[in-house]
Design a protein around this ligand. Structure first.
Ligand SMILES: [Fe+2]
Length: 381
């Protein structure tokens, strides 16, 4: 069995209506003036949270909204603002984009490092500010993970920061915050969370502790995603997805993702395809590439998806992929790279970029070369 280290927020609060409790937590930590990092669509939903902040005596100031996957330039603007405002805590409320910005602002506002110095694994030296995160999608799992991603526009690449200092002090996961998420975003973010669970379970560094989260997440998301896409107000389905997404997030620190995410990054970097859509589109093709390395693991994923075991492990694994393709189609997610207007001659560039994401490719069960990556993009075209 591999050695594993679990780094999770010391406080994880989960449940309908728990969001305003974040105010008490910030006050108890002595935070006097927080930076609230959110988005244009989320801000109007935060009345109960901002009332609770006022009641608890926590002053707050809004950052510029994070309305899309954040660029390094947007992040630097928010960081300068945070420094000028003399904040002593950060509250990130939103999807992965807002939360990633919140995490990095909390780390760098009083830090001496520049953003470029911390890209990579374990390069960030510390974090001085209290950091509390609330997800409004289900989701990236960013509220519990040690990761943050920014888009470096100069080389069209998404760059990751991985550090234990990015794990928030507290995460409040309130499924009610996800009720207004539109169907397309529900679908994409849900398939992203499902991919976290699948890639952590079928992973070179898989571990029984994380397997428990991963399989529980697969079951919850497979059962409830189409329901929440059809009816956004289905509170039971929303809560199940929030829990599944939290499980997916808990997989990210100790084990993390693999080739699906590595191949998805260049689609976001150059073509601005949403993270969840990129993952959903590549998922079946990468899984088929990987099957032969661990057919039994993929058969177990199929069983968690609700597929009846029938025939060999490979056959059951294939039925699982058919289920995933159908689920993604039923949720209205684009199925081909050509549907996203990505030129066919972009494939060599995509493959060349993906192969640079070794921090994730090293986790993949099967060694994946640049030529393999090109074949996978071709299959997904
Ligand atoms: Fe992801």
């Amino acid at each position: 069995m591999n050695i594993i280290t679990l780094l999770q927020p010391p406080r994880i609060v989960f449940g309908n209506g728990c969001a305003p409790q974040c105010a008490e937590f910030l006050a108890a930590r002595g935070v006097k003036r927080a930076l609230l990092v959110s988005s244009t669509t989320v801000l109007p939903l935060l009345g109960a949270v901002t009332d609770a902040l006022k009641k608890s005596g926590v002053d707050f100031v809004n950052s510029a909204p994070v309305d899309r996957e954040p660029t390094q330039a947007l992040f630097e603007n928010i960081l300068s603002f945070a420094r000028a405002e003399k904040i002593d805590g950060v509250l990130g409320i939103g999807g992965g984009s807002a939360i990633d910005v919140a995490k990095l602002v909390a780390a760098l506002t009083r830090g001496k490092q520049t953003t470029s110095e911390i890209f990579g694994t374990n390069l960030l030296v510390g974090r001085d500010l209290t950091l509390v995160c609330l997800p409004t999608t289900a989701g990236t799992g960013a509220e519990v993970s040690p990761n943050a991603i920014l888009l470096d526009e100069s080389d069209e690449l998404k760059k990751g920061v991985v550090s234990p200092h990015l794990v928030p002090d507290a995460a409040f996961v309130d499924p009610l915050l996800t009720l207004t998420v539109p169907p397309a975003v529900t679908a994409a973010t849900g398939l992203d969370a499902l991919t976290h669970c699948i890639e952590a379970y079928a992973n070179k560094f898989a571990h029984p502790i994380v397997d428990t989260y991963a399989l529980s997440g697969v079951k919850l998301i497979a059962k409830n995603l189409a329901r929440a896409v059809r009816d956004g107000n289905d509170i039971e389905a929303r809560a199940a997805l929030s829990l599944g997404s939290l499980y997916g997030g808990l997989c990210l620190g100790p084990v993390n993702t693999a080739a699906v995410h590595a191949l998805a990054y260049p689609l976001g970097g150059r073509y601005h395809i949403a993270h969840g859509v990129s993952n959903a589109l590549l998922l079946p093709h990468v899984l088929r590439f990987n099957f032969s390395a661990a057919p039994e693991r993929y058969a177990e994923i199929s069983a968690a998806l609700g597929v009846t075991r029938n025939g060999s492990a490979l056959t059951t694994a294939e039925h699982g992929v058919e289920f995933l393709t159908q689920l993604s189609f039923d949720c209205g997610v684009p199925q081909k790279l050509s549907d996203l207007k990505i030129p066919h001659d972009a494939i060599p560039w995509l493959a060349g970029s993906a192969i640079k994401v070794q921090r994730l490719l090293k986790n993949n069960l099967r060694v994946l070369t640049e030529a393999d990556a090109a074949r996978i993009y071709e299959a997904a075209y």
